[in-house]
Design a protein around this ligand. Sequence first.
Ligand SMILES: [Zn+2]
Length: 283
Amino acid sequence: MPSASRSVSRHAATQGVPSIITALTHSQIVQLSFYLCGMKLDILAIGVHPDDVELGCSGVLINEIKLGKKAGILDLTQGELGTRGTIETRYAEAAAAAKIIGVQVRENLKMRDGFFKNDEAHQLQLIRAIRKYRPDVVIGNVLDDRHPDHGRAGHMIADACFLSGLAKIETVGEDGKAQEKWRPKMILHYLQDWYHEPDILIDISDVFEQRMESIKAYGTQFHTSQAGEEGPQTYISTPDFLDAVIARARMLGKRIGVKYAEGFITEKKIGIRSLDALVLVET
Ligand SMILES: [Zn+2]
């Protein structure tokens, strides 16, 4: 195509579009449309502590975002009982990790770390968030783990996802209007400290380095080259912990013939559209 007509068609394509829009990058336009068209997400990843999502399912989030899905992260607590770092440093780290993963939004429900209950008040708080973001898939904490918060949150997430679909549970959104009922189609629970036999393994080999960068964004929590005066050594701050995170992904990957994978538990049966989804590499 001659350059003159190319510039004419480019002009035609942007005719009538305010210049401020044409000056935005692709990711800024995606972000803007998210806010203008309501906050519908494809995937909502939920973690009781900031860093749970990064450790549990950031690989899958990065993969799906690269495929064009809209994803967000919901932290239930501010992780204020963590031995190292402060609420402020954890917010800064969570924001940095969210940027690395590429999520549209990250919100914190500010429940009490260690002491929140899976009761009506907390479920309603979570239902409001689920109805706000209307995700098709929710990925949340595991149902039983070393840290009691993880299992309690996992059950609360499953309960709230179900209850959110009941029309007679009335909730009001941030705009003061009644929210529509919403039930996610699928809930996956990512693996955390204890090993549970996963129901589904997802290949994250292509995004493994980016996944590890999102985990290392929590410089006060995990062993990184920048770590310094964040506080006493903990279960998760030694180099051994990150080694174990890598080993887990490597072990799960080996089970499906790829280098790295993340594992998930689901209480519902998984339905697929094509046998292509089953065959990764001959093992
Ligand atoms: Zn945690």
